[in-house]
Design a protein around this ligand. Structure first.
Ligand SMILES: *Cc1c(COP(=O)(O)O)cnc(C)c1O
Length: 358
């Protein structure tokens, strides 16, 4: 073993203020053997058999070679799926990488990146890593984006605004009308990114369709991922649909070869199997209603969710809620003093959540 003294290297000033991303906890094992990881909003189902079979066929000759950076098949499939030009599509190793590309492409040190808070925990981290300044606008009393307050917080340093819809971790949505009124108030030189990681689970009739908003407005981009509804979190593939000039800038700051061929082809297979995937999504949406009703019947406040998780605004009791789940073999995401986010699992796992909290 070498003994290591503290290095005398010059780390970047400000780095000490950046917290490492906190990943969802692995699941503990409960007294009856149940072990349910409901802390990262992953899909409780395995990938489709045809996706697994296809990956098995190509793994032998795709791992020793670099993937295609242009990913022509996946790009074409997405362009067709959303009726946009291929030039609007930019891939990344998960949409979190694309979010980082957006911040790196749009901000200089000291520029502001705005988002609601609480929202996706990667936003402040990625913003600080890029040398930009996070501007966190509190959610309203219903744990929804306070879009008027966000509009009022725009300054001449604001370059980028994330609207997470549905919002992680609260599951709330903005309406199409609210979003339109907000976009009217945003200067045209500020890019608004609608992060639709959970859009497949959103069945609210008045929700905006991000891609449709992108088509109508020059300063809007949309983020999508294959991690949540399509169950490919471990393969890392997400994308932006963005104005041409933004897309070109994103490709410049992207990490070369970040999206593997396995990820590209699994995504193409998943787009072909959307009907089958939709059946699972429908089950998860029904389970969300059942889980929420069970928790409400057990006396918990549950924020109405359009995502694949529910939010319990448990306040000071949040840690206790998380401990009760943990004792049953379930990991959830606890934000001490605020609330607990519980991902939708299999029906048996959701039953166990209700039992543990009853
Ligand atoms: C999970 C999540 C993502 C991205 O996930 P990737 O696996 O990187 O595609 C992006 N935005 C939000 C709000 C998320 O919750």
């Amino acid at each position: 073993m070498t003994s290591h003294t503290a290095p005398r290297l010059g780390f970047r000033p400000g780095l000490e203020q950046i917290a490492a991303y906190r990943a969802g906890k692995p699941a503990p094992v409960g007294p009856d053997g149940l072990s349910a990881k409901l802390s990262s909003n992953e899909n409780p189902y395995p990938p489709l058999a045809e996706v697994v079979e296809h990956l098995g066929r190509i793994v032998g000759d795709s791992v020793s070679r670099y993937p295609s950076i242009a990913a022509p098949e996946l790009t074409a499939a997405l362009a067709e799926r959303f009726a946009v030009e291929p030039e609007h599509i930019v891939l990344g190793a998960g949409s979190v990488e694309v979010a980082a590309q957006l911040i790196h492409a749009m901000t200089a040190p000291g520029d502001e990146v705005m988002f609601a808070w609480r929202s996706f925990e990667a936003y402040p981290i990625l913003t600080r890593v890029a040398g930009a300044v996070p501007v966190e606008v509190p959610l309203d009393a219903g744990a929804r984006h306070d879009l008027p307050a966000m509009a009022a917080a725009i300054t001449d340093r604001t370059r980028l605004i994330f609207v997470c819809n549905p919002n992680n971790p609260t599951g709330t949505v903005v309406s199409a009308d609210e979003l339109d009124a907000f976009l009217e108030a945003v200067p045209e030189d500020v890019l608004v990114v609608i992060d639709e990681a959970y859009v497949h689970f959103d069945v609210a009739p008045d929700s905006p369709n991000g891609v449709e908003v992108f088509r109508r407005r020059p300063n809007v981009a949309v983020l999508h991922t294959f991690s949540k509804a399509y169950g490919l979190a471990g393969l890392r593939v997400g994308y932006a649909i963005a104005p041409t000039e933004v897309a070109e800038a994103l490709r410049k700051v992207a990490i070369p070869f970040a999206v593997t061929r396995l990820a590209q082809e699994a995504a193409v297979c998943s787009l072909r199997a959307e009907a089958q995937l939709q059946e699972r999504i429908d089950v998860m949406i029904a389970e969300r209603a059942r889980l929420a009703a069970g928790l409400v019947a057990a006396g918990h406040a549950v924020t109405p969710s359009q995502a694949n998780f529910v939010w319990l605004p448990a306040g000071a009791a949040s840690a206790t809620v998380a401990e009760r789940l943990s004792a049953r073999g379930i990991s959830a995401r606890c934000f001490p003093g605020e609330g607990v986010r519980i991902s939708i699992g299999t029906p048996a796992e959701n039953d166990a959540v209700v039992e543990a909290l009853s």
